[in-house]
Design a protein around this ligand. Structure first.
Ligand SMILES: *Cc1c(COP(=O)(O)O)cnc(C)c1O
Length: 230
């Protein structure tokens, strides 16, 4: 089933890529949270190399047990006291939502003598329940503050759009995130790039790609429903 799901989604991604005016390369991140090692391996054996996890402990455990050419994406809310367990393991941290968190990632990266790539999380629909920045001025301030920290590099923006049955409802949020990235590039801040836009999930990844996504994070669509009581 996982194999068929991946083939289906990759076809959809290819079709959506043809529709976009941005002609950006799109990478599928298989969100494997709560799913067992065997499921991850099945996706791996069908060509997937990018996997997303939302908990540090689960990411670390899977990192230890699975092939080393996997790129692990930390996509969930990250607490500062967990930073030491994820720096050096995560290929990209998508969910940086405060200066203090970025400072901790920088500090830990210096300590381990490596560089960590991050995305800044944007609360694009300004939902009370979501993490991330929601106004342009605070976003600019944090970008400037992080850009001068050592061993940490901003590569773009990430958002978790509202849950909806109708993906068209999220189109405006995806285009808004794209526009934010374009506006930020024009500010010419040193040491930051806006090349990555991480947006779109099982319900709305095609629309996200049409609006400029470079990473889509798909869980249920690949692995099926999650059971949180396991
Ligand atoms: C769980 C999760 C996803 C995947 O959600 P699906 O709807 O199962 O595709 C994507 N992004 C984040 C941040 C998540 O926590």
């Amino acid at each position: 089933m996982i194999k068929q799901n991946i083939n289906y989604i990759q076809q959809k991604i290819e079709n959506a890529t043809k529709k976009t005016t941005y002609s950006q390369p799109v990478t599928l991140i298989a969100v494997s949270k709560t799913k067992p090692i065997e499921d991850v391996l099945e996706a791996y054996n069908n060509g997937i190399r990018d996997f997303g996890e939302n908990k540090v402990q689960e990411l670390s455990m899977k990192y230890e047990q699975l092939p080393k050419d996997i790129r692990w994406h930390m996509i969930g809310h990250l607490q500062r006291n967990k930073v030491k367990d994820v720096v050096g393991k995560a290929y990209l941290i998508h969910s940086v939502d405060s200066l203090r968190l970025a400072e901790e990632i920088s500090k830990e990266s210096v300590k381990k003598n490596l560089d960590t790539d991050i995305l800044i999380e944007v609360n694009i629909a300004m939902e009370d329940t979501k993490f991330g920045f929601s106004d342009y001025d605070s976003l600019l301030t944090i970008l400037q503050d992080i850009s001068i920290l050592p061993n940490i590099h901003i590569k773009g923006l990430m958002t978790v759009a509202p849950y909806t049955e109708n993906p068209e409802e999220n189109r405006c949020y995806f285009s808004k995130l794209k526009k934010l990235a374009v506006d930020i590039m024009q500010e010419n801040i040193d040491n930051i790039s806006m090349g990555i836009l991480s947006m779109g999930m099982t319900g709305d990844y095609e629309v996200a790609i049409e609006e400029g996504a470079t990473y889509v994070r798909v869980g249920t669509g690949i692995f099926g429903e999650r059971n949180y009581n396991m």
